[in-house]
Design a protein around this ligand. Structure first.
Ligand code: NAD
Length: 479
């Protein structure tokens, strides 16, 4: 991997503008390397390389052979697991064990989509006598992928894995805050035998390289993960060329806990669902809705757990690492200032270890109680380790609270009552519902995506393959 270069046509290419962006280590806030500052000219070169691959070697590769390339890539990711995990931990600040989990998931994405590549097919349709009609699933062509900084490897893997499996050629714009692992994986993809141009990475700022990708007329599909505001802007730019967009925009995901729940099982899951990756997870369980009868006892258990949480640099591998940047830290502080100003009680918080560098972007996990449902802490995505607790009286109120935000990505329901499990699974508006568990270990196989402002379209699982293809209907009249 070469410093401050894009990966275009399987070569390391200097940015057209010659400029670079410093890369900071969130654990100490200090620059440790730099990346290329991409421009519209770099994006154009990458789109052209992708088009050439799609019209050439990659487009001519059979589904089975695409699967073989992806399988080789999954084994190369596994063989380079330690290096990738170390790179991701340093770049994002996440604790090493989380970075290891991300590297494992990345290999698994490529393995899953390797196996799926030759299993996607069309149908034959009953029609008038004398006709045979069938459908074919075809790749879009050149797909654009705008990736955020919270899980660079995982989000790259889920999106690019499915796009390549279905025969698309990809142009990826990873986030300016964290993209080193993605560059390294692109190099491994070339080593795995992916033809030049089938996967291109252009680094840089969102408003420059990202916007140039979103509005490029040579793109046939965009997959975007990030904030609702940027998702809207990307959609508007893509609409200029009538390019379809898949959006994954985060959430304010509720965990609903009824009085009959197994609290000993629930508590560690409730805590890790908000503390994992310092709360910078689109599917973070950032609201806990608690049946009034167990409100105080459950808050006591959660408070005990929060008070024991320790925060430090990625290499210390504690419960929680730093936030990604000073900007993200200010955003979280702004929410906490509002909580304090509006008299929302802080029930507990973890501790930043004293060895953590003062220049790092730390925030102790914080449990807030009695959060009014109309307050922004109950409605907006903090994207930090802040859990908002509130009480409900009955099922109807629980559902109203759960559905009472603009988001709808993931929900957790904790109850032993089977009928209630089934009722609430239907009534809660979100893309995924977990009952007596949450997140299900990453779930490479499980379709993922939102409703309402959480976005639309599905990634992960076999379902993603439909999103990365277009359906063609062929009608043959043979008499
Ligand atoms: P963002 O949405 O601005 O950035 C995500 C990606 O979009 C990055 O690659 C960025 O470079 C790119 N981008 C930014 N502006 C662009 C533009 N005009 N055109 C095209 N691409 C553009 O997110 P952020 O500023 O890094 O974070 C802000 C908030 O977004 C966070 O606090 C959080 O709430 C949310 N977020 C959500 C997720 C998620 O997984 N759902 C991920 C990251 C951030």
């Amino acid at each position: 991997m070469e410093e401050a270069r894009h990966f275009i046509g399987s070569e390391w290419v200097a940015p057209a503008g010659g400029e670079t962006i410093p890369v900071l280590d969130p654990s100490d806030g200090q620059p440790f390397t730099q990346l290329a500052r991409g421009s519209a000219a770099d994006i154009d070169a990458a789109v052209q390389a992708a088009r050439k691959a799609f019209d050439g070697a990659w487009g001519a590769t059979s589904a089975a052979d695409r699967g073989r390339v992806l399988y080789r890539l999954s084994t190369l990711v596994a063989a380079n697991h330690e290096e990738l995990a170390q790179l991701e931990a340093r770049d994002t600040g996440k604790p090493l064990r989380q970075a290891h989990a991300d590297a494992t998931a990345l290999a698994r994405y490529f393995e899953f989509y390797a196996g799926a590549a030759d299993k996607l097919h069309g149908e034959t349709l009953p029609y008038q006598n004398g006709y045979t009609v069938f459908t074919v699933r075809e790749p879009h062509g050149v797909t654009g992928h705008i990736v955020p900084w919270n899980y660079p490897m995982q989000i790259f893997g889920r999106s690019v894995g499915a796009a390549l499996a279905t025969g698309n050629a990809c142009v990826v714009k990873p986030a300016e805050d964290a993209c080193l692992s993605v560059l390294r994986v692109a190099e491994l993809a070339a080593e795995a035998g992916l033809p030049a141009g089938a996967l291109n990475i252009v680094t840089g700022y969102g408003h420059e390289a990202g916007a140039a990708l979103a509005r490029h007329a040579g793109i046939d599909h965009i997959s975007f993960t990030g904030s609702p505001q940027t998702g809207k802007a990307v959609t508007q730019m893509a609409a200029e060329n009538h390019v379809p967009v898949t959006l994954e925009l985060g959430g304010k995901s509720p965990q609903i806990v009824f009085a009959d729940a197994d609290l000993d099982t629930a508590v560690p899951v409730l805590v890790s669902a908000i503390v994992q990756n310092a709360g910078q997870t689109c599917s973070a369980g950032s609201r806990v809705l608690i049946e009034r009868a167990i409100y105080e006892p459950l808050l006591d258990k959660l408070a005990t757990a929060f008070n024991a949480l320790r925060v430090g640099p990625s290499h210390a591998d504690l419960d929680c690492g730093p936030l990604i940047s000073a900007k993200q830290q200010r955003r979280v502080w702004d929410f906490l200032d509002d909580a304090q100003h509006d008299g929302i009680p802080m029930a507990a918080h973890g501790e930043v270890i004293h060895e953590a560098p003062e220049t790092g972007f730390y925030q102790a996990p914080t449990l807030l109680r009695d959060v009014p449902p109309a307050h922004r802490l109950a409605r907006e995505e903090v994207f930090g380790p802040v859990l908002a607790a509130m009480a409900f009286t009955d099922e109807d109120e629980a559902v109203a609270l759960a559905n009472g935000t603009l988001y709808g990505l993931v929900a957790g329901i904790w109850t032993r009552d089977g009928a209630r499990q089934l009722r609430l699974a239907r009534r809660v508006r979100s893309g995924q519902v977990f009952i007596n568990n949450y997140g299900a270990g990453g779930g490479v196989e499980l379709p993922f995506g939102g409703v309402k402002h959480s976005g639309h379209g599905r990634e992960k699982g076999f379902e993603a393959l439909y999103g990365f293809t277009v359906l063609k209907t062929v009608a043959i009249r043979h008499g």
